[in-house]
Ligand binder design. Structure first.
Ligand SMILES: Cc1ncc(COP(=O)(O)O)c(C=O)c1O
Length: 455
């Protein structure tokens, strides 16, 4: 929908421009090696960029801004099949018609960024839409933030204000909550906060154990009982990703979470779910809906696939004036695209047991398992995940072997990433536009690379 200026002429030019852009972008339909005369370009540009930002890059990747569906072109002319989508945001695929529309429509408005003091309809529309999608839960409010990390910071502030002075937090082993001063303490990996002073006191308890599901709930509850015994009356909330992203797509059954959440309620703790990575990517719009946990959640953070970030919370958690503010909601393009994405996914055939998310999950997991039982026996040792969040393990599942493997995939034209440690997994955040033919290509590259590079 066009806000800002509009006329028949604008509409007609937008339609023309939309077609011209899409026609050009649609040319990127296959994996391709770098052009001979441009081969050096990516490395050269990245070397300068690396020098100026003071840190290198995982992949030799610099986008040209061209690509279509799962295909993305680099400035050296090479085209990769992208199954990681910028670690989550690109859920529809490159140059999706809705993205192009969102950009063109936003160009009719008079500014770039939308904020809290002078809001725009785009921000209101997306907020209203999100709230309409969580009516089975207690979530009734949504506040935009500039990143997933800051959505989590905001959640913590709302909880702290209600539970003051019970500031301790319970989180889970292998959690990842972001890079802010507060969220680095929630994140389990201590090497991500080397040299930092503690900002939040967090007690980590074991999450669901995929290798030993039976006693998982009891082990978690035993650990929960232990931490509240050690710090009586000091905890405010329990915070978790229902599907641990950085952890390697680890998740439990509904019953596991019900037991944990019943325990949390009995102990007067808020239930805070981090859906920054899971939002839109499981078999309903929210992972808490996929797992049927609507009645339990008090506060939920989102980001990535939404194109903007923020925190959904119950009326009870609505803070006192003064606690939350901030300049940005997001860019008008991003807010417009967020609304389009949510509508497209929830009005199309994506969710539910027969939706595209479930189909992609089934196809990838069954085919990876098949490879692990046949041509890649002993070399692909695990395949799992949910919806468009798919992971597998290769070789000894160590960090070095998996990192080398994903870089080998990259050289052969397939773009994925790693997740977790002990085990380290190959992580994919699939775009929903994938065709069966493109899935065949991706799995063929995986199979060949495993056979040729994994001992
Ligand atoms: C589960 C989870 N929470 C929070 C974050 C932080 O989001 P951002 O990188 O937008 O700050 C991430 C990012 O990867 C995430 O996966």
């Amino acid at each position: 929908m066009i806000n800002g200026v509009n006329s028949e002429e604008i509409q007609s030019n937008i339609n023309k421009l939309f077609s011209s852009i899409l026609k050009e972008q649609q040319k990127y339909t296959a994996i391709k090696a770098a052009d001979e005369d441009k081969k050096h370009l990516t490395e050269e540009k990245l070397a300068e960029y690396t020098k100026n930002r003071g840190k290198g890059f995982f992949y030799n990747y610099l986008s040209s801004g061209r690509g279509h569906g799962p295909f993305t072109e680099l400035i050296d002319g090479s085209v990769k099949l992208d199954l990681i989508g910028g670690i989550g945001p690109n859920i529809l695929g490159h140059s999706h018609p809705l993205y192009i529309k969102a950009h063109l429509e936003a160009a009719c408005s008079d500014t770039i960024m939308c904020g809290n003091l002078q809001p725009y309809q785009e921000a209101a529309n997306l907020t209203n839409l999100l709230i309409s999608k969580v009516q089975k839960s207690k979530l009734r409010n949504f506040w935009y933030t500039g990143s997933g990390s800051f959505a989590n910071d905001l959640a913590l502030k709302l909880i702290w204000q209600k539970k003051d002075p019970a500031y301790r937090l319970i989180a889970f082993t292998k959690a990842f909550a972001g890079r802010s001063v507060a969220t680095q303490d929630i994140t389990y990996n201590a090497s991500y906060r080397e040299g930092m002073q503690t900002a939040v006191n967090v007690d980590h308890v074991p999450h669901f154990d995929q290798t030993n599901p039976e006693g998982s709930a009891q082990r978690t509850i035993d650990a929960l009982n232990e931490v509240v015994k050690q710090h009586p009356g000091q905890h405010c909330a329990i915070m978790l990703e229902l599907v641990q992203g950085e952890g390697g797509f680890i998740f439990g059954e509904k019953d596991y979470y019900v037991q944990i959440f019943e325990w949390a309620k009995a102990h007067g703790l808020y239930i805070w779910i981090d859906e920054v990575q899971t939002f839109a990517r499981t078999k309903e719009l929210f992972a808490f809906q996929t797992l049927g946990l609507d009645e339990y959640v008090d506060i939920v953070t989102v980001g990535k696939a939404l194109q903007c970030c923020g925190t959904l919370y119950s009326d009870e958690l609505n803070p006192k004036p003064g606690l939350i503010a901030g300049t940005f909601n997001g860019s008008l393009t991003a807010l417009n695209a967020g609304e389009k994405i949510v509508r497209y996914l929830t009005e199309g055939n994506f969710y539910g047991e027969k939706g595209r998310m479930a189909e992609l999950e089934h196809t990838f997991i069954s085919r990876l398992k098949h490879l692990g039982a046949t041509s890649c026996k002993g070399k692909i040792t695990y395949a799992g995940g949910i919806g468009t969040m798919i992971a597998f393990e290769v070789g000894d599942s160590s960090g070095p072997v998996t990192t080398k493997f994903v870089k080998d995939l990259f050289d052969r034209g397939l773009l994925v990433f790693t997740a977790g440690s002990a085990p380290t997994r190959v992580r994919m955040l699939l775009p929903v536009c994938l065709t069966d033919e493109q899935i065949d290509i991706a799995l063929k590259i995986i199979e060949e690379t495993v056979i040729e590079t994994i001992n």
